[in-house]
Design a binder for this molecule. Structure first.
Ligand code: IDP
Ligand code: MG
Length: 148
């Protein structure tokens, strides 16, 4: 069982796609163990995207992620990290597979709607950064019908 971290970015919130996007993760069978609606400040944005600090798009990325509220989530499930990345789609919406969130709702890389951890180490780091210990362990009634 894995956990991964997701952000519904400001464009998802401003466009009224929060319910639609969360529904895709829920329907997939992923269990929500953390969720928050928040305004991201610059310091947190810079820590989260520290790996991209030297990139030309960094300033725009910080501006984007702090420009309106976001929804942050931690979800749990079998192979959750890869499953969520696949559900989200490729970074460039134009190259994302049809049926993925970024393909179905996006056009441009700088407005690609969702962040998702890209591996076990980033998932652990990002969950600690954004949620700390503030997660809920709960037995879901449907678990035996989703996890064999
Ligand atoms: P990811 O979100 O698919 O993991 P990363 O390469 O980690 O993609 O980039 C982080 C985020 O930075 C992207 O989701 C996108 O919002 C933004 N980004 C990446 N490359 C560019 C770019 O060339 N122009 C504008 N924004 C970019
Ligand atoms: Mg990334």
């Amino acid at each position: 069982m894995e956990r991964t971290f997701i952000i519904l970015k400001p464009d998802a919130v401003q466009r009224g796609l929060v319910g639609e996007i969360i529904q895709r993760f829920e329907r997939r069978g992923l269990k929500i163990v953390g969720m928050r609606f928040m305004q991201v400040d610059e310091a947190l944005a810079r820590r989260h995207y520290a790996v991209h600090e030297s990139r030309p798009f960094f300033a725009g990325l910080i501006q984007y992620i702090t420009s309106a509220p976001v929804v942050t989530m931690v979800v749990e499930g079998t192979n959750a990290i890869a499953v969520v990345r696949n559900t989200v789609g490729a970074t460039k919406p134009a190259e994302a597979a049809p049926g993925t969130i970024r393909a179905d709702f996006g056009l441009e890389i700088g407005r690609n709607l969702v962040h998702a951890s890209d591996g076990p180490e980033t998932a652990a780091t990002e969950i600690a950064l954004w949620f700390g210990e503030d997660l809920v362990n709960w037995p879901r009634a449907a678990d035996p019908w989703i996890f064999e």
